[in-house]
Design a protein around this ligand. Structure first.
Ligand code: ZN
Length: 229
């Protein structure tokens, strides 16, 4: 009897003080995935990216079908399916001490869903100048044969337009062209940017300057984490 009552407050205290439920916001090309990986390694919490989560759980049965049903038709996986998969993922034991979410929430409705499921401890917004995003994304070249990714400025191939790994042709994908990126940025401004105000009102938001090298951004991200968590 005594032992039980002693254990309870200890475990609650533990969970409260160590928990790191983190969301990282940022436009395409902000480097969210890279920073999330570093957060995940540093704090030993899972990096949950929407894309990876959907791929890993594409056969999870929900009352609205599986993610695979939509992906195979080339359709966007609807929110009601994404929610079931996210709920399933957050229930896993490895999220007990926290998680870092990447690509979710991307609009107000998703933010409200998340709010009903988990209390957040920190929301980081990676701030990157539009021109910097353009340089990062429009410079990407991908090998047609092996999928290896290059960058005309940051990782140029030894021979122009030829893959270092396999000798295949490097292509400039439509997704990496200026008009498409502008559309994605516009969508980010319209749908995702309002979340900053939502989280700021809850005193959860921290902006991090996402311009510069991966290491420079990580230094600032890490500082923010240490100061706020
Ligand atoms: Zn290749």
């Amino acid at each position: 009897m005594v032992e039980v009552s002693q254990e309870v407050p200890e475990s609650i205290g533990d969970t409260m003080s160590n928990r790191k439920n983190i969301v990282v916001l940022g436009p395409p090309g902000a480097g969210k995935g890279t920073q999330c990986e570093k957060i995940s390694e540093t704090y030993d919490i899972p990096h949950i990216s929407t894309g990876k989560m959907l791929r890993e759980h594409k056969d999870l049965e929900t009352e609205h079908g599986t993610a695979r049903d939509y992906m195979e038709k080339g359709d966007l996986v609807p929110d009601r399916v994404v929610y079931r998969i996210l709920d399933h993922r957050l229930e896993k034991n490895d999220t007990k001490q926290g998680f870092v979410l990447d690509g979710f929430p991307r609009d107000m409705e998703q933010a409200k869903h998340l709010e009903e499921r988990r209390e957040l401890d920190l929301v980081i917004s990676l701030e990157v100048d539009q021109e910097e995003i353009m340089v990062r994304l429009t410079g990407r070249r991908v090998c047609e044969d092996c999928g290896e990714s290059f960058h005309i400025k940051f990782r140029p191939p030894e021979e122009e337009k030829v893959c270092d790994e396999c000798g295949g042709d490097l292509i400039h994908r439509d997704d990496d062209k200026r008009e498409v990126i502008e559309e994605r940025l516009e969508e980010y401004r319209n749908k995702t940017l309002p979340l900053k105000e939502f989280y700021n009102d809850k005193d959860l938001l921290e902006e991090v300057d996402g311009n510069g090298s991966i290491e420079e951004v990580w230094k600032k991200t890490r500082q923010t984490l240490e100061e706020t968590l």
